[in-house]
Design a protein around this ligand. Structure first.
Ligand SMILES: Nc1ncnc2c1ncn2[C@@H]1O[C@H](COP(=O)(O)OP(=O)(O)OP(=O)(O)O)[C@@H](O)[C@H]1O
Ligand SMILES: [Mg+2]
Length: 212
């Protein structure tokens, strides 16, 4: 049976689509076969060209059922499902299918209050700090807000994904043949966190070591 990761959350713009592609790209770089599943009715499907993973259009509920059934039949694939924001009914359906649920949030109180509710609502889900500031002062403020609002859930938060302009390249219809190493590293580090939560072995990232 394939493993299914769902990136969900009852809030728009937190980075669900970007993170779904980052996880898919990172998993592929770590030697896995991955399908990145689009469920958001407001978005277009993206081209396979130059991608190491397969983008799949499941905006139609029938297609979602098909891809999940196919993933359940094959052993060595991973499915990363990008949830559509603000659709609690879809999110709870997707959460039930998932081996792992990730809930991205940015460093705003509004996002944190929303993810707090989602973490309470989905007891097996993990919070994923997204678009996190790199500037030291802003980073300290973001950490202080996280401690204040999400302190009770600190054990269910992953390492932050940095704010990185290059992430938008993954959302282009056709991505460039080569991607900046900062993006590659962020994708691999995220995929490694996901594999650790799923207890999955992966190829050593040294195989494509990028400058740090
Ligand atoms: N790590 C990041 N660094 C910089 N920009 C980012 C990052 N992640 C996402 N973004 C940007 O933030 C915006 C929202 O991201 P994205 O579309 O992935 O969010 P979403 O949760 O899927 O939104 P929606 O709810 O509309 O589906 C986009 O402009 C995207 O390029
Ligand atoms: Mg989206």
């Amino acid at each position: 049976m394939a493993q299914i990761v769902c990136v969900l959350g009852n809030k728009g713009g937190t980075g669900k689509t970007t993170l779904s592609h980052m996880i898919s790209h990172g998993m592929a770089l770590l030697g896995k076969r991955v399908v990145c599943v689009l469920t958001d009715l407001e978005r277009e499907r993206l081209s396979k060209e130059n991608r190491l993973y397969l983008p799949f259009d499941a905006r139609d509920a029938g297609n979602l059922a098909k891809v999940v059934a196919t993933l359940n039949d094959v052993g060595d694939w991973f499915g990363v499902i990008d949830g559509g924001g603000n659709r609690s009914d879809t999110d709870s359906h997707l959460a039930n299918l998932a081996d792992l649920v990730l809930l991205p949030f940015r460093d705003s109180h509004e996002d944190m209050r929303t993810v707090l509710r989602d973490l309470e609502w989905m007891p097996r889900a993990w919070g994923l700090p997204s678009q996190w500031p790199a500037d030291p002062a802003a980073h300290r403020m973001a950490q202080a807000a996280t401690d204040e609002l999400l302190g009770a859930f600190g054990h269910r938060l992953l390492d932050p994904i940095p704010h990185l302009a290059a992430t938008k390249l993954l959302l282009q219809d056709r991505i460039p043949a080569t991607l900046p190493w900062q993006l590659t590293n962020a994708c691999v580090e995220l995929a490694m966190q996901v594999f650790e939560l799923l207890d999955i072995q992966y190829e050593s990232p040294e195989a494509f070591a990028a400058p740090r």
